[in-house]
Design a protein around this ligand. Structure first.
Ligand code: BJW
Ligand code: ZN
Length: 254
């Protein structure tokens, strides 16, 4: 039995403009740990303590090693059925925007084209001083020596950091504007696999709702903003999304 409502299927089938916001729960079934669930990536650290410039400057080797480890995991993962369902949905809907907080590139790998990355991409890296992109995005500190040395820029010797957005940093130029415009103009917004505690991303479903969209979230448990939305579909992204998109195709307006 599908856990979503007929209203959601009908609204999606009739919509000419749809936006989707995704978070770490979207990638969980691809084998990438989330941030805040038990056993998640940051179990030993609070993300607010590690994902900021001060933590990086205090201990660049630790932070680089941490990101190098995550790059390795992400390079070996693949999109799942839920990612593929969202790629299908993009082809069904005339105006579609996928807004993601994820830094793993799995939506693009699955075939989505209209993707706005709010928090950057972990597979890129750059120099904090001259801003040059780092060759091969390599972030593995030299652990051969007794005192591991952080990775430095080949051009100027500055520290190399991942091209992601840390707390207190501005989101990529134009990203929030694009996401908010899509949210303000869509008829349906799906918020998938996000705890909705990190802003400005968490404000996007609420903005869509205020502007008249039908807003549903898909999550294994209600998020921090569940009470403000039209519908919470309890279930895994990799199971609910293929069923939902199939139901929309069967209604057939698209
Ligand atoms: C499943 C599932 C399955 C599991 N299926 N579901 C307004 C109010 C209060 C504070 C602020 C505010 N505006 C800004 C702030 C400050 C701050 C903030 O929000 N702080 C809060 C924590 C209080 N925000 C910022 O600092 C942002 N910058 C900013 O606002 O700049 C302003 C500025 C302007 C001009 C100049 C300068 C500054 C930046 C935020 C950056 C966030 N960065 C991180 C790290 C990225 C890099 C990396 O990967 O290391 O982004 S933190 C981390 O959290 C990551 C995520 O994208 C983000 C959100 O997490 P997400 O995706 O929701 O994951 P989880 O783990 O929390 O949740 C997973 C969910 O999935 C759960 O609900 C599960 O139940 C579910 N789930 N399995 C479906 N199979
Ligand atoms: Zn440099």
């Amino acid at each position: 039995m599908p856990s979503f409502s007929d209203t959601l299927v009908e609204r999606l089938a009739a919509a000419s403009s749809v936006a989707v916001l995704t978070g770490a729960g979207m990638s969980a079934e691809s084998g990438i740990a989330t941030f805040r669930d038990p056993g998640g990536l940051w179990d030993r650290f609070k993300p607010e303590e590690l994902a900021n410039v001060r933590a990086f400057l205090d201990n660049p080797t630790l932070v680089q090693a941490w990101y190098a480890h995550r790059q390795e995991i992400i390079r070996s993962t693949e999109p799942h059925a839920g990612h593929r369902a969202l790629a299908k949905l993009e082809r069904l809907v005339p105006r579609f925007r996928l807004i993601t907080q994820n830094v793993d590139g799995l939506h693009q790998q699955a075939g989505n084209e209209a993707v706005t990355e709010l928090h950057g991409n972990i597979l890129r890296a750059y120099c904090v001083d001259c801003k040059a992109p780092a060759e091969e995005s390599h972030l593995t500190p030299d652990r051969e020596s007794d005192e591991p040395e952080p990775v430095r820029c080949a051009a100027c010797g500055g520290l190399v950091r991942p091209d992601v957005v840390w707390f207190g940093e501005a989101l990529p130029p134009g990203a929030v504007e694009k996401a908010e415009a899509a949210a303000a103009h869509c008829e349906v917004l799906l918020s998938v696999g996000t705890s909705a505690v990190v802003y400005p991303a968490a404000g996007i479903p609420v903005l869509a709702k205020a502007q008249g969209a039908y807003v549903a979230e898909i999550n294994i448990e209600p998020s921090a903003i569940a009470g403000e939305l039209d519908e919470t579909v309890i279930g895994k992204a990799g199971e609910v999304l293929p069923e939902l998109v199939e139901a929309v195709r069967n209604v057939g307006s698209h």
